[in-house]
Design a protein. Structure first.
Length: 393
């Protein structure tokens, strides 16, 4: 099959979070399965800078990086407008067997969705948790949905939800149950077969081997619950001197507020904030952490839960994340907590930090669970079958 993946950001633009990793791993695995994969994306490397390439072949994937009209629109409004895509889509979309639209409210989906309908090419929508009209720019989301979004959903041959929670969100938008396929994300488990040696990350950053290290990895955004994590750390630090919170990720508009809170709580020497880590360095951080925490207020899946579990880390996450609900079995692989519950988070972290034997056992169980249920091969096989079924029909 000739498959077109449409996503506003693609490898190596990993600062934009899960959709970049998911679309890349999916495309790479589809190439291994002898499909021709083309990606339409933008030249945004992060919210401030552009990628140099216009077209490139990455792991057998043909990637077209269309120029954003304005990086101001990207950084301030999260609008990725690529006018050049209009001309290429008009010529190329009709040559595809199936189209996979990632994210929901994007200029790219409007363009490609239009030509897909015009030429009768079936397409799939995968919103990656972006469906609810909450958080920011609510009015713009309503306008987009009225003009384009609802028609985009109704015209799709199938809809992919990564969890039952997201499936319910689609239903609230009028998508019938039989149109929704629930397919959890997966990760390339081969990357976790030969992990770095313990202690490498700590030596790089001058952290002693007996330091209790709590890790958060992801975007620095209020929705991630980092204020709750900082308040919990302040409580723990009152009784445990040898503890450090490691926050790794790109600023998504919340860094200054977080730094101010850390200063108010007087835990500057207990928190270390680092820019995003990739590849081997990211694995080194996972390996050297004692526990991994994802205290999000909203999280439709949470790829970092899978990554941390694959590195045998005990997990703490809020009871709203798709991945957490499948991986974090309270008392077995970690703990599920309520969002915004400082004391429950503090209690869970204290327990894992003070009983290292139990924490290690939980980490091993977490790895076993992700190895069994969340391989990229399992996930992509389901997506591939979905493509084939809509092409036949």
């Amino acid at each position: 099959m000739r498959i077109l993946q449409v996503v506003p950001y693609f490898s190596p633009a990993y600062d934009f979070g899960g959709p970049v990793r998911v679309s890349y791993e999916l495309s790479k695995e589809l190439v291994k399965r002898k499909h021709e994969v083309v990606v339409y994306t933008t030249d945004a490397k992060n919210i401030d800078t552009r990628l140099v390439s216009t077209s490139e072949i990455i792991d057998g994937i043909t990637v077209h990086y269309f120029k954003n009209l304005s990086m101001f629109f990207v950084s301030k409004l999260k609008l990725f407008i690529t006018l050049q895509m209009l001309f290429q889509a008009r010529l190329e979309v009709k040559k595809c067997d199936v189209i996979h639209l990632h994210e929901f409210r994007t200029f790219q989906n409007i363009v490609v969705g239009h030509y897909a309908k015009k030429y009768g090419v079936p397409y799939i929508v995968q919103a990656h948790g972006s469906l609810p009209r909450t958080m920011t720019m609510k009015s713009l989301k309503w306008i987009y949905d009225a003009l384009f979004g609802l028609r985009l959903l109704s015209g799709a041959s199938k809809i992919i939800a990564v969890s039952e929670v997201e499936a319910e969100q689609y239903k609230s938008f009028g998508v019938p149950k039989e149109k929704i396929a629930v397919i959890p994300n997966g990760i390339d488990l081969s990357e976790y077969n030969h992990l770095p040696k313990k202690g490498v990350f700590r030596r790089k950053f001058g952290l002693s081997q007996d330091m209790h290290l709590i890790l958060y990895l992801g975007r620095i955004n209020r929705v991630k619950g980092l204020d709750i994590l900082a308040r919990s750390l302040a409580i723990i630090a009152e009784k445990t001197a040898n503890v450090k919170l490691l926050i790794v990720g790109p600023d998504d508009g919340y860094l200054r507020t977080l730094e101010a809170l850390i200063k108010i709580l007087k835990i500057e020497n207990k928190a270390l904030i680092l820019n995003p880590l990739y590849g081997r360095e990211k694995l080194e951080a996972y390996v050297d952490a004692d526990i991994f925490v994802l205290p999000s207020r909203y999280e439709i899946f949470g790829m970092t839960i899978l990554e941390a579990a694959a590195c045998s880390k005990p997990l703490i996450a809020t009871e709203i994340s798709g991945a957490a609900l499948d991986i974090v079995l309270s008392g077995q692989t970690g703990f599920l907590i309520k969002p915004d519950d400082v004391f429950e988070l503090t209690r869970s972290m204290n327990f894992l930090l003070t009983d290292s034997n139990v924490a290690r056992r939980m980490g091993k169980r977490a790895r076993q669970r992700v190895m069994e249920f969340f391989s990229i091969e399992t996930s992509v096989a389901k997506v591939e079958n979905l493509y084939m079924s809509i092409c036949k029909s």
